[in-house]
Ligand binder design. Sequence first.
Ligand SMILES: O=C(O)C(=O)[C@@H](O)CO
Ligand code: MG
Length: 261
Amino acid sequence: MPRLAANLAYLFADRPPLDRFAAAAAVGFRAVELQYPYDQDPAAMRAEIVRSDLIMLGVNTAPLPDAPSGIAGVPGREAEFAALFERALALAVALGGRAIHCLAGVVPEAQREAGEATFVTNLKHAADRAAPHGLTVLIEPLNTVDRPGYLLDRAEQAAAILARVERANVKMQFDLYHQQIMGGDLLRRFERHLPLIGHVQIAAVPSRAEPDEGEVNHAVVLAALDRLGYAGFVGCEYLPRGRTEDGLGWAAPWGIGVRVS
Ligand SMILES: O=C(O)C(=O)[C@@H](O)CO
Ligand SMILES: [Mg+2]
């Protein structure tokens, strides 16, 4: 059965960040992921994670004012990336997390080859820094409608980059929302890349709301992930149409929902 995780940048976002952990646990989530919790006290977050008995999955490398989509694949910014990664590593370790998503960045068309080479170099470095802590480094293809010019936009491209990185602790974050927009054929592409996939995320397409509307049948997709042997978590990275709790009907078959006592 797919194990759903709450992305606390998207879900329960109507309350203060520290209150979101208990809110997720109260509806049955056993794991959470964060995006950019760099403005919060790590010890306070860790206390909430422990108090709610949650598994802490991933964080992202921090956005920069001139590079909100990251710099891991931006030529000439390798030293800055190394510093950014150290910050993410310290945070992930403090939170007891399992993964760090390295955002590749926006790169002009003419520099994409150089950008991929930089990405490979930076990922090797990140992997070697993360390995002693048992952490996975993730890369995620993002769709070019939401993120024009983003260096990494297709699962096939991510697979080619992972082959060049040659580190077992670097994996693909397969976000079905982005993958559907960038070509669809979700199940065949998921199966083809399964050995490289370290995390999955979902949201309705094209609305990015609860995965109970739009062009993808998530009940079918989640059942297929299970059948194909995917044993990781599925991050709920969607924008609730209203209160998070009111939109969880779709997740009831997977053990998530408001408890009525
Ligand atoms: O946008 C997404 O999808 C993500 O998973 C983010 O963490 C990347 O910014
Ligand atoms: Mg995502």
